[in-house]
Structures are given as C-alpha cells and as structure tokens.
Design a protein around this ligand. Structure first.
Ligand code: ATP
Ligand code: MG
Length: 200
C-alpha cells in the first residue's frame, strides 16, 4: 500500500524552523501533551496535498497557518512550507495500469518515491500566494488532484479521518452515505467532470 514516508514542516503553525517527521509503514501513534502540535501534523498533511479549506485546518484564513512565534520578522514576507513524501514502491497494480500516459509530466509510472510541496508566502500587508510543487516542479491544484486521484487520494475521500467525521457519517442520510461510497470507489470524480462539462 502507498504510504506517507516523511513530512517536512517549515514555519507551519506551531512548528517554527524545519521539522522532519519520518513515518514507517503500518500504524503510527503521535503522543504528547495538549496543545503540543499533534493535530497540526495532520493539518500539514491536508495543507500540502490541498485536501482541505483553511477551516478544515482550524484556521480562519491561510495566512494564520504561518508560524507566528517570531515577532521580529513581522515586517518581512513570511513563508510556511510543507513537503509530503510518499513511498510508492508497494502500490497496487491497478494504479500503475491507469498511469501509462508517458506525456504526463506528473506521471507516477515507475516512480518509487513521490513528493509534493506547498509553499505559502504572506506579505506584511496580509496578501498571500500559495504554490504547489510535484517532485519540485510547479503544479496547479487540479494537476495535483489528478495525480492524487490515481493514488486513490481524494479531498472528500476520508483518506484522513478527522475528529467529528465518524459522528457525522453516523448521522448522515442514506443518500449522503452513498456519496461517500461513490467518492471512495472513484465514481464521483466522473460525476463532477460531467457536471463541469454541462456548465461549459
Ligand atoms: P490536543 O491534545 O489538545 O488535541 P494537539 O497536540 O493536537 O493538542 P494542536 O491542535 O496540534 O495540539 O496544536 C495547537 C497549538 O498550535 C496551540 O498551542 C496554538 O497556539 C498553536 N498554533 C496554531 N497555529 C499557530 C501558528 N500560526 N503559530 C504558532 N503556533 C500556532
Ligand atoms: Mg489535537
């Protein structure tokens, strides 16, 4: 199974400086006192892969995600970045079959390792830019999502199950629950493309 091998956080939320978090295949537990930054690690994953809105990462707006502990730098442009490295060496064969388009610059074919970086730059006046990179090459969010789809990672796919998600699934009506199954089966992305084509 594809797994996250490493997370690298720079100036993201409570993580000032750069912190590298290695993850092994299987089950990993992060433990620590309240407020020590455990959930911020998951927020970093959601941020980097473009899987969540700022609210989903418990921030009012994106600039709030930049570490604000260094008061002396307020007048300079602030930057936060997160890199997620995925280990693809053990992916399921059906993922490779779908990925034979060699003209795709973000092709996953034959890759053992794959990395995504998102960089957020905030000016002193509060305006900001956000850039995604796949293996160091700038990419749009759509390109990133297309590549992640091939790995069965979807914004609505519950690849990351957050606090409150389980209770919300329990209280859903059957139609809403069916929509989750469509997402996980990969059918919903085609429904979305059909809707998009109809709008055009
Ligand atoms: P709990 O056990 O209560 O769930 P936790 O380990 O999951 O705690 P987090 O929610 O990850 O803790 O971290 C919360 C901390 O992150 C708070 O102390 C908050 O001040 C800090 N924090 C959030 N955003 C920033 C930021 N931009 N700069 C600096 N610190 C921040
Ligand atoms: Mg927490």
């Amino acid at each position: 199974m594809v797994h996250v091998k490493r997370l690298e956080l720079t100036n993201f939320k409570s993580f000032g400086g750069t912190t590298s978090i290695p993850l092994l295949p299987g089950f990993t537990v992060v433990s620590g006192p309240n407020g020590s930054g455990k959930s911020n690690i998951l927020d970093a994953l959601l941020f980097c892969l473009g899987l969540s809105s700022s609210k989903g990462m418990r921030a009012e707006r994106l600039p709030d995600l930049v570490n604000h502990n260094k008061a002396e730098n307020r007048k300079a442009t602030q930057e936060a970045s997160v890199t997620v490295t995925l280990d693809l060496s053990d992916r399921s064969p059906d993922v490779e079959e779908e990925d034979e388009e060699t003209d795709d610059p973000f092709s996953l074919a034959n890759a053992q390792e794959w990395s995504v970086t998102r960089r957020l730059r905030v000016t002193p006046s509060g305006t900001y830019t956000s850039t995604y990179y796949i293996n160091g090459v700038p990419a749009t969010l759509t390109e990133l999502h297309e590549a992640l789809n091939r790995l069965r990672i979807y914004p609505e796919g519950y690849n990351v199950v957050l606090q409150g998600d389980v209770t919300s699934i329990i209280s859903m009506n059957p139609r809403q629950r069916r929509e989750i199954i469509d997402e996980l089966a990969g059918v919903a992305q085609f429904d979305r493309k059909i809707e998009l084509a109809k709008e055009k």
